[in-house]
Every structure is written in structure tokens, then in C-alpha cells.
Design a protein. Structure first.
Length: 396
């Protein structure tokens, strides 16, 4: 089987584009390159430097670089809609995997289409996206989901959303959890953590949020809960809101100014891969009270490092929390405040978080994600062959 993977949204930029979906693509490609298997892969990337940074070469993996810049969305969309279909035909691709929501409008008749759906926020919470993003998803994503031979969702919650909101039959949807990078399982020495906190001027400890700064992440409510935590319990830990600016983020900075907490709320900006594990490991607790997530990878990453974690009780976040994270109503400032206090002070919760860390890493492993994804490719190819056989039989 010859599998094509549209990896145009794989980015190594130092901003929000190198976020969750980009890491999903990167980890998948890296793991596939480790597995000789019986399949051949052609990966369509954006620029030769991406191939060099991947450092994931294998005889059965070929990289094709598109000259249309990923940083210009209109050019990228034009490439995947008008150029990619011809490449699929020329290279005799049997299965095309689009790891981020969208397929070309046209596929060769022999080619199965697999889409990974990361979330349906544009249908659940359209107000938290810009108009351009809403229009893009309503035009391209919905059409792609309905046309896909098989659909991968990153959680059972998203699987149900695809069925309920778009009408995709459940038998065409397979949940495959994203993976945690293995470097989050590396042990970091206490001396290194102490030096890191001192370097960042966070010796009193801190509550960490890690993710894009955008409305769906519910960061303004987290700031309100943190303000209540300081007022009610006089905690000394600071709040670190780490991540690149996404969209509609001005309210976050306005909230900090309104509460006069510029000295207590820290914005380190986008965190490079090389520092992410340190930020997690040095944290006193992790908070991620998002309103909606397709999966919520930072929750699983924090748990895999044994960090006491607070997240929401909605959408997929209890799945990412794996029965360990404290899950609360994301609209309830008091509940978030109390959960944060527990995460900072409950010794039993700390010990449980540390004890479960290794099993979280195993549950969300790259090997498991790759195995399950390959199984979806194989099923999609069979579905197309069966469909063609049925068509030939019915026309005789």
C-alpha cells in the first residue's frame, strides 16, 4: 500500500503554528519512519528545511516539498485543493491521510481519503474563532468529513461530536489518541529544576498553563480563579501563562491589568520544545480549564510528568485527564480556585499524580498511535476496494 500524508501544517516556527496539530503530525511521521512494515509513504511537507528538522529518514518514506508557503493560508489551501490531487494520481497513492481536518475536493477514484479530526470547536463554539477561521472550517472541514473514507478522531468525545453534529456514521470513525513525546518521560534532576526556577525568578513555585492564548482556552476565568486563590488563601505561587499568541487574545492581558496582577501573572511567550519538559516539571501544579478540546494534549503531558493537574469536566478533557486530573466546571471560578488549592496542598493528590505518571505515558504512546493509524489506513484501502468491486459487479 502506498500512503500519502499531507503534512503542510507541520511547522517548526517559534509561534502558535508549532502547536498541538503540528506536534501530532511530527510525532506520527517520526514513529512511522521507525517502522519498516510493508507500506510505502510519500509525505508532502512545506519546504526542504522541514525535512531536515524532522530527521526521520527511512527507505520507505519519501518527502515531497511544496513551494507554496504554509504561513500564507490562501496559498496552502490552493496547493492542497488544486495541486495535490494531481500528485496523488502521478505517484499512484492508494490512501491519502490529511492529519488536520481537510481533504482535497477531488481524489482519484482509486485513492481512499483519511482525515484526522482534531475538534469541532467551529460548530460547538463559533464565537471563539475569527470569521475567516469559521468560514474555512464550515466550507472545507465539513465537506471533507463527509467525503472521507475513514475518519480518525483524537478522542471519543470528538467521535461523538462528528456523529452528532455532522452526521458521520460511527462505523466510519475510529478514535486514535494522540501521543506524548517520549522526552516528557525523562527524569529531570531536582538540581536542574531548582536552577530553572531561579533563572525564571519563580522560586516560590508556580501554577502553569501551557497552550495557545485564545478564547476557547478560558484563560480569563483561570485568571479570576487565581485572583480568588490569592485573596482567599494568600498563596505565594505565581501564575504562568505560557504559549504563543493565537487570536482574540487581548482580553487576557486586559484582565491581568484590570486585576492589577502584572507582577503575579507571567507571560513567557511561546515555549520551545527544548524547554517544555522543564516548564512542566518545575511547576507546582498545572491548570487547563478549557471550554472545549478535541483532546487536550497538555493535560496528558503534565500528568505524564507527575504534575498535579486541574482541568475541565467537559468535552474530551476527562479522557485526557485519565481519571487522575481534578475535573471541574470551567465556568465556576470558585470550583477552579478550590481545585487549584487542592493541587498545591494535598499531599495524597501529589503522590497519586506521581505514581500514575508512567502509565499515562504508556497509554498515550507514539507506538500505539502509529499502530492504530496504520490499521485505519488498511481499513480505508479495503473499503475503497470493496466499493469498486461492488460497483463493477452491479454494472455487469
Amino acid at each position: 500500500m502506498h500512503v500519502g500524508i499531507n503534512a503542510q501544517l507541520l511547522s517548526f516556527s517559534q509561534n502558535y503554528r508549532n502547536g498541538g496539530v503540528s506536534r501530532y503530525i511530527r510525532y506520527l511521521l517520526t514513529e512511522l519512519a521507525k517502522r519498516p512494515g510493508e507500506h510505502e509513504y510519500t509525505v508532502f511537507v512545506n519546504g526542504n528545511e522541514v525535512v531536515e528538522r524532522l530527521n526521520a529518514h527511512h527507505a520507505q518514506v519519501t518527502y515531497v516539498s511544496a513551494p507554496w508557503p504554509e504561513s500564507r493560508p490562501a496559498a496552502r489551501v490552493a496547493w492542497e485543493q488544486f495541486v495535490l490531487p494531481n500528485l496523488l494520481r502521478q505517484k499512484h497513492i492508494d490512501v491519502l491521510h490529511s492529519p488536520v481536518n481537510v481533504l482535497p475536493a477531488w481524489l482519484p477514484s482509486h485513492c481512499a481519503g483519511v482525515v484526522t479530526l482534531h475538534d469541532l470547536a467551529f460548530l460547538r463554539f463559533p464565537e471563539v474563532l475569527t470569521q475567516a477561521k469559521r468560514m474555512y472550517h464550515q466550507t472545507f472541514t465539513v465537506r471533507s468529513l463527509r467525503r472521507a473514507t475513514m475518519l480518525i478522531t483524537v478522542s471519543e468525545s470528538t467521535r461523538q461530536d462528528a456523529h452528532e453534529l455532522v452526521g458521520i456514521p460511527l462505523e466510519r470513525i475510529q478514535t486514535v489518541y494522540p501521543c506524548i513525546n517520549e522526552h516528557f518521560s525523562n527524569v529531570i534532576k531536582d538540581e536542574q529544576l531548582s536552577m530553572f526556577r531561579k533563572k525564571k525568578d519563580l522560586n516560590e513555585g508556580y501554577i502553569l498553563y501551557m497552550g495557545t492564548l485564545e478564547p476557547r482556552k478560558n484563560i480569563t476565568t483561570l485568571i479570576d480563579a487565581y485572583a480568588l486563590l490569592r485573596q482567599k488563601y494568600a498563596v505565594r505561587e505565581k501564575l504562568v501563562l505560557a504559549g504563543g499568541k493565537g487570536w482574540l487574545y487581548d482580553a487576557i492581558f486586559a484582565k491581568v491589568r484590570q486585576l492589577d496582577m502584572e507582577a503575579e501573572v507571567i507571560f513567557p511567550g511561546f515555549v520551545a520544545d527544548s524547554e517544555q519538559a522543564l516548564w512542566y516539571a518545575a511547576a507546582s501544579a498545572f491548570a487547563y480549564p478549557s471550554l472545549y478540546e478535541g483532546f487536550g494534549l497538555p493535560v496528558a503531558e503534565a500528568l505524564s510528568m507527575g504534575i498535579p493537574t486541574v482541568t475541565s469536566n467537559v468535552s474530551s478533557l476527562p479522557e485526557a485527564g485519565a481519571g487522575v486530573a481534578l475535573c471541574v466546571d470551567p465556568h465556576d471560578v470558585q470550583a477552579i480556585c478550590e481545585a487549584l488549592y487542592t493541587s498545591l496542598n494535598d499531599t495524597t493528590f501529589h503522590q497519586q499524580s506521581q505514581r500514575i505518571a508512567s502509565s499515562i505515558a504508556q497509554r498515550f504512546s507514539a507506538a500505539r498511535m502509529a499502530e492504530q493509524t496504520i490499521a485505519v489506513y488498511e481499513q480505508a484501502a479495503r473499503n475503497v476496494l470493496q466499493g469498486r468491486s461492488h460497483y463493477i459487479s452491479s454494472t455487469k
